[in-house]
Design a protein around this ligand. Structure first.
Ligand code: AMP
Ligand code: ZN
Length: 489
């Protein structure tokens, strides 16, 4: 590789060399979907971008040495509202189960079609309520949270008096006034300070509820921010010797935390506040990464403007790989304007790549070092694509190695360029690149002449895979080997 992996860290506002806490266990957490509706194309952006990072980390540190956790938020007021609206006849909890199960399945189908690997783990919030309560109890015991009218609230002012803890607002780098405006904090009368935020709130009768922490009698449910502190603890700290029972702060930090730029404040700021105060750590994660926002045809996506595009709708018109390609054409920190014209460009480029690599072998060997170098520079996917174009140009001019490198590197990036042999045969010679076949036949015969039978057999098998059969004969006069080829039926 051309250099070390460097990532832009929102905490320091600079590109930094990535140094994992433990290279045998590189740990990444990305905030996942709230499952109440189809995911839109903006939601697909962090899923695809962090999938690319996951693939790169696995490549650099080994498949078994990277843990990628993306949670599922299955308790939320938006879910309750949707369930009541869609299934008015059902008890609320049954309606909620219907909404969350169907939406979760839809999300999984959508992102699989976009070529994303499964994360190592996908914890659901409702399965980690005990961990959330344990964190809340710890924060209350340390004087950072208080009970008011059956709510538990976190106090940023108390955090700022805690030695060793980071200052509240240090990720977002906003002033108190800006944070107040940005959070649009509803200043409930029971709050001691307008900045205080909810860790736990009481449930109304019929709403999902669990026995509450801190001696509160009515059933209640967690706030959104504490869900991620608890699930990252359960999946990225406890299995590696950290957690509430461990008083070594070094064991209670993980490597990378990610999500969209809109999550910086208040969500990630509040996750940091909770986790750092519970564990007495200066940081929750060492590297914080945020993708830029996506708009559609020049406008902010919204239901009222009628330009709200779900992944599912797009998949009815375009293959998932085209959407994935289009997403990666822009650097992840830049805003994207999602246009149909760019989708067409992405589709045409992938067609070209596929055409020029039809006969190539992607099975073994390394990915392109230039592409790897581009990705290692803060996931520079546009530069990586420029390198793919160079390989594609060489492949078009008959460079077999470039074709193999292109196909293999595309597979690594989540694009399978394998051609369907049946399809190819259907299109017959019209679609077969005769010049490339002639070149391969010549390469095979050269290998045979050099007695490299392993290579000559490999090329013959490669041709057979796309339905090209070779026929060898000897010239009766000169005794020279002659090879003809035909499309096997
Ligand atoms: P949400 O379901 O709104 O919490 O969003 C899930 C993920 O998608 C979060 O990481 C958001 O930051 C991200 N996200 C939401 N809308 C957009 C958008 N228009 N562009 C890019 N990312 C987005
Ligand atoms: Zn989160």
């Amino acid at each position: 590789m051309s250099g070390p992996l460097r990532l832009y860290n929102t905490l320091t506002r600079s590109k930094e060399v990535f140094e994992p806490i433990d290279p045998r266990n590189v740990r990444m957490y990305v905030c996942g979907p709230t499952v109440y509706d189809y995911a839109h194309i903006g939601n697909a952006r962090p899923v695809i971008i962090f999938d690319v990072l996951f693939r790169l980390l696995r490549h650099l540190y080994g498949e078994d040495h990277v843990v990628y956790v993306r949670n599922i938020t299955d308790v939320d007021d938006k879910i309750n509202a949707r369930a009541a609206q869609d299934f008015p006849g059902l008890p609320l909890n049954d309606a909620i189960a219907k909404v969350t199960q169907a939406t979760e399945k839809q999300f999984h189908d959508d992102v699989a079609a976009l070529g994303c690997l499964q994360p190592s783990d996908e914890p659901r919030a409702t399965e980690h309520i005990d961990k959330m309560k344990a964190l809340i109890e710890r924060l209350a015991a340390r004087g950072l949270a208080y009970v008011a009218e059956d709510n538990v609230l976190f106090s940023p002012a108390a955090m700022d008096r805690l030695p060793g803890a980071p200052r509240y607002g240090s990720l977002a780098r906003r002033s108190l006034d800006e944070m107040l405006a940005g959070a649009r904090v509803d200043v409930a009368p029971y709050k001691r300070d307008p900045m205080d935020f909810i860790l736990w709130k009481p449930s109304k009768p019929g709403e999902p509820g669990w026995p509450s922490p801190c001696g509160i009698v009515p059933l209640g449910r967690p706030g959104w921010h504490i869900e991620c502190s608890a699930m990252s603890m359960a999946k990225l700290l406890e299995p590696f010797g950290g957690g509430l029972a461990c008083d070594d702060p070094a064991k209670n930090i993980f490597d990378i935390h990610g999500g969209g730029i809109d999550l910086v404040f208040p969500h990630h700021e509040n996750e940091i506040a909770q986790s750092c105060c519970a564990f007495s750590t200066p940081r929750m994660a060492n590297y914080w990464m945020h993708n830029g926002f996506l708009q559609v045809e020049g406008e902010k996506m919204s239901k009222s403007l009628g330009n709200f595009v779900t992944i599912n709708e797009l998949l009815q018109k375009w293959p998932g790989e085209v959407i994935r390609f289009q997403m990666m054409m822009t650097h992840y920190r830049q805003p994207i304007d999602w246009t149909e014209r760019q989708t067409e460009n992405a589709a045409a480029t992938l067609d070209n790549f596929r055409h020029h690599t039809k006969l190539a072998d992607a099975a073994s060997g390394d990915i392109s070092p230039a592409v790897e170098g581009a990705l290692a520079d803060d996931l520079n996917t546009p530069l990586a694509f420029a390198e793919l174009h160079k390989l594609s140009d060489s492949a078009r001019n008959g460079d077999w190695k470039a074709a193999c490198d292109l196909k293999r590197t595309c597979a690594f990036l989540g694009f399978d360029l394998t051609v369907n042999v049946q399809e190819l045969l259907k299109n017959q010679r019209r679609d077969i690149d005769e010049k490339a076949i002639e070149n391969l036949v010549a390469a095979r015969n050269a290998a045979r002449k050099a007695k490299d039978f392993k290579e000559s057999d490999r090329i013959r098998d490669e041709l057979a895979k796309i339905g090209v059969a070779l026929k060898d004969s000897k010239d009766p006069r000169t005794g020279e080997l002659r090879t003809t080829w035909e499309i096997a039926r």
